[in-house]
Ligand binder design. Structure first.
Ligand code: B12
Length: 311
């Protein structure tokens, strides 16, 4: 049998919408009014778009951004639109203006960040959380968004107050996820915190929210906590595990000492789990003390599941 490729199968309208940044309503309206692209239909009438169709929608957007009217370009082929864009000598300018929006899946959130619009950011994040579900929302939206915000901030392209304002909104949406499903009686307990000196909270919230979605009872202690306090919480709650996020700095003797102390105070009664961008710089002593280290959330989830089945 002939092997079906994505090209022969075609793309549903939702995929085209994500790839082009156009709403599904706009794509359908352009088809109805201007016949910009006329997709194939399945037996049940669902629209299926080819790569060329997607390319044309992107080209038409660029032509519009460069001042063309839709009636001028709707009936042209992709090569003709490309030639027109070149003739207009506007290719570079238009690409600069339109490509990030079409290609960057984070652009919706970043626009709200740059526009100091926390309400819009919150609404977009809520929609994404509902659409994707907790785990994908955290790995596909929250992680990449926070890293992008950090990148922009470090390049001087984002003022600190914008980073603070958006971090507060991200924190709120993770807290909602974390506290949405209160731990059930008898569920295994996970204590989550950051050690003394660690002020970055989002990694800890991500780990807590993920565990809570997976049915753990999460005792969330927040940031900057001495080893003694974390150990006391673990002891009193009979925690199966303690998860810490360590994001900055790496190789700090004070952080190292706190982690070593906590590993000792837990006496092996709760598994110590450490994740975050800086965690691996403490790996030698952590691994010696029997702790588990994670650089990503997927392996963390696998390990939580294993802990549930093999206590
Ligand atoms: C928000 C933010 C802040 C906020 C934090 C507010 C808050 N309530 O959390 C504030 C303003 C306090 C802050 C302060 C600082 N920050 Co800051 N910050 C950030 C930013 C933008 C996001 C941090 C974050 O939440 N990351 C969370 C996740 C998304 O990051 P991640 O480490 O990649 O985590 C992944 C995994 O490691 C894992 N993970 C994380 N934790 C855990 C835990 C467990 C158990 C598991 C299993 C997995 C896991 O999940 C993630 C997905 O895979 C980052 C950018 C970035 N790249 O992270 C900079 C960043 C971390 N900050 C940075 C700096 C320099 C600072 C300051 C020194 C700035 C200053 N001059 O004061 C201080 C230091 C504060 C301190 N003592 O810790 C740098 C660090 C550079 C470096 N590594 O050398 C970064 C990378 C920005 C940059 N690009 O330069 N920051």
């Amino acid at each position: 049998m002939e092997k079906q490729t994505i090209q022969t199968i075609g793309h549903p309208i939702q995929v085209v919408s994500r790839r082009t940044g156009l709403t599904t309503d706009r794509i359908r309206a352009w088809e109805r009014r201007y016949k910009v692209v006329i997709p194939r239909r399945t037996e049940t009438g669902r629209r299926l778009y080819s790569d060329d169709d997607v390319g044309k929608l992107l080209l038409v957007q660029r032509a519009l951004a460069g001042g063309r009217r839709i009636g001028e370009v709707a009936g042209l082929g992709n090569d003709q639109i490309r030639a027109l864009l070149k003739d207009d000598a506007a290719v570079t300018r238009i690409e600069m203006a339109t490509r990030p929006k079409a290609a960057n899946p984070l652009s919706e959130y970043l626009d709200s960040v740059h526009n100091l619009n926390p309400e819009a950011l919150q609404a977009s994040l809520s929609r994404a959380a509902a659409r994707l579900g907790g785990e994908a929302f955290i790995s596909q939206v929250v992680g990449p968004l926070m890293r992008e915000i950090g990148e922009l901030w470090s390049q001087g392209m984002l003022d600190p107050y914008l980073e603070h304002c958006s971090t507060a909104i991200v924190r709120k949406s993770l807290q909602e996820m974390l506290f949405a499903a209160p731990g059930k009686e008898g569920a295994p307990v996970l204590v989550v915190a950051t050690p003394s000196g660690q002020l970055h909270e989002i990694g800890a919230l991500m780990a807590g929210a993920l565990a809570s979605v997976r049915g753990w009872r999460v005792l969330y202690l927040g940031v900057d906590l001495p080893a003694e306090d974390i150990a006391s919480a673990a002891r009193r709650s009979h925690a199966r595990a303690v998860a810490l996020s360590v994001i900055y700095p790496g190789n700090d003797p004070k952080v190292q000492a706190e982690l070593d102390k906590l590993a000792r105070l837990l006496h092996g009664k709760s598994l110590l789990i450490v994740g975050g961008a800086a965690a691996k710089s403490y790996s030698d002593s952590l691994l010696r003390s029997g702790a588990a280290l994670f650089e990503d959330t997927e392996t963390f989830l696998d390990s939580l599941t294993r802990l549930l089945t093999n206590p």
